[in-house]
Design a protein around this ligand. Sequence first.
Ligand code: GLN
Length: 474
Amino acid sequence: MNLDSLTIAEARRALDVKEYSALELTDAYLDEISKRDGEIHAYLEVWEKSAREEAKAADALIAKGESKPLTGIPLAFKDNILIEGHTASAGSKILENYKASYDATVISKLKEHNAVFLGRTNCDEFALGSSTENSAYGPTKNPHDLSRVPGGTSGGSTAAVAANMALGGLGSDTGGSIRQPSSLCGVVGMKPTYGSVSRYGLIAAASSLDQIGSIGKTVADARSIFEGIRGHDKHDSTSLPDSFFNEKRTVKKVIGVPRAFLKEGSDADVLAEFEKTLENLQSTGYEIRDVELPNVPYSLAVYYIINPAEVSTNLARFDGIRYGLSVPAGDIQSVYSKTRGAGFGPETRRRILVGTFVLSAGYADAYYRKARAVRELIRDDFKRAFESVDAIAMPTSPTPAFKIGEKSDDPLAMYAADIFTVPVNLAGVPAISVPSGMVPREGKNLPVGFQIIAPHGGEDALFTVGEDVEKGRG
Ligand code: GLN
């Protein structure tokens, strides 16, 4: 087996005709992890022993001819998704010793497939960041250039897939955390429609924005993982009914591009690659139209009010009593403040402070409620645009991977990395990032991603257009 070109689709075929076993496949990935992860640091923990047991169980099913699409497929899991009995730290010191007491719904679903769980991957603390540098456990490196970030916050999972240390993986995307690191690492990452994948068992960052999604080397692989984890869940009150997705939607070939918006802070060669991909699509029969999204330029401002507001509320539960770290002190108030002071990193504290401020009496009208109102306008922008186009395209990220340390002292520069991804979470629509070319930086070639955005429930359009982008690259 050649891990460089191996896909889930190909592994499924080879496993089912017994060219190799799930155990051999798992061992190949464990080998690669032991060779490369010392320098990349994609994993916080590798579950070698249980992964090999799971692979053997998968082989037994395959021998009986009972395999499912993901049986025996070795996958990597972001550290904010609960797996019973395993540590889930969300990249934070405060949860360093927290062991999950139940499986997230996405995990139960993958267990039903008998997938192989390789380990948990590094991420920015509580999924707050754009570079994986906010992890309490040190940064992950970009496999294309070890002096650069993999993107964030699911940078551990995307680096693992890019470096052949997993065949696919799961991440979470609150404002771009699957798509942006997928773009920077040269893999495919999708954020599904809000409500299509259960959030039960995902350590919450900002609940109205969070969504678990899939990472793979190809659009077909990201799709097969998505299909393995999607579906209504009674444990998540925002979960959509399955009937929502049964409606047949025809995918035509009209793509909208909000050209006026794309100029903001984008590198010229990233835009040139984007235009080249559009031309390829056009030559295969797509119509490319300009669309206007007049309120979308306010997305960053809106996101960085709503996200901290929800983060400050969700993280109130980490009080030194209920979960994880507890710093002893003389009275309960001091236990709270000492635990939170010792357990949360600087970006998390910044979000809690901003969030508490924008929600506080006297300021909530000026900031939080105003942001909520503009969020509705952004949703309407997308709705209106989708009346005349089937999908909207933008670069995933305005730049390729940046240097480790380059933006870590400048939160606003870090936030600007999300300019093309956060509008999607505010609107709740699905999007995918597909590798679309390389740009040179300091003697290395770095991947850039092409982002496709579809209306609610329009995942099929993402896969159709995404596969055409792949074909265009040959
Ligand atoms: N970079 C964004 C943030 O810091 C998005 C994070 C995410 O999608 N989890 O909030």
